[in-house]
Design a protein around this ligand. Sequence first.
Ligand SMILES: C[S@@+](CC[C@H](N)C(=O)[O-])C[C@H]1O[C@@H](n2cnc3c(N)ncnc32)[C@H](O)[C@@H]1O
Length: 301
Amino acid sequence: MDLISLHNQRWLKKKQLWNTYCPGSWWARGSIVSPEMRAQYECYLPYQEFRRSLIAIAESILPHRDWVPSVLRQQFDISALPDLWARLPDPYAGRVAFENHEWFPLFCALADPPRFGTDTGRYPQQLEWIQDFLAKSDPAPTILDLGCGVGLGTLEIAKLNPNGRTIGVTTEPLEVWMAQHRKLPHDPKRQREFEQFDNLDSKVDFLLGRAESLESIKDIKANLIVCNGLAGGRFLNKPNDLEQFVNNCQNLLVNNGCLLMANHFHEGELPGVQKMIDILVQQKWTVNGNWRQLVARRCLS
Ligand SMILES: C[S@@+](CC[C@H](N)C(=O)[O-])C[C@H]1O[C@@H](n2cnc3c(N)ncnc32)[C@H](O)[C@@H]1O
């Protein structure tokens, strides 16, 4: 029997046991998961075993093992299946078994969870700033979007920069694939957003890379770096990584280039953003704006 059939058979049986022996109803969006429920799920449907099974299937259907979404590869703050379901969009949440055609969209959903919120129209104030910047730029600039997700925000910027070059960089290979192919197999409604960029004649590239170690883009010189919803938040907040991120931006930017950072972070992430502002100021950047909307500039002379 193939991996997928085996997985489905095994996990549907486990679910049946849960239904037989556990009082209460199955997880649904918005369910409050008490410690007792968590323990029950762990007893009948252990998350680590489920995770390993998903990894094995992902490795068998994705082009490379590095494409396995990081939520499965790393030990995020998931201790039971309901924590994973809470990160998934509705068609996939609350389920343990999937039809053959659902697996690739499921992995895309894990690489681009609703909580990332990558979309167009998220940072209108920043777009206005970019428009002004472009009006004053000659020749047309190179713009780098670090932590670009599935690229909708990057394409929005690229549309404003038809004669320049715009490059989106992100860490999930599946996000790069979705951005390059303008496809969201797990979210057909949001995929329609890509249609507005069908006739885009700007030069746009999407690359795999990390904001704090820019191996893949070290030869690029950018006039503007955009980094939204990343620096200071849960993915990039260790002091060393923030320092490395700031150094990278310094190396990538032309003299007098700008770094823009906007976010919709939870208030609890303010200290992380403040840490990054402190590093920028220590390294002699001029920082303007507030923690949700920053403009940083560093002149060499
Ligand atoms: C919260 S989303 C923000 C997406 C988009 N910039 C926006 O604001 O709509 C954060 C994105 O950064 C990517 N990411 C996480 N860690 C990263 C890192 N170290 N370097 C670059 N991108 C990263 C994630 O895969 C995700 O796409």
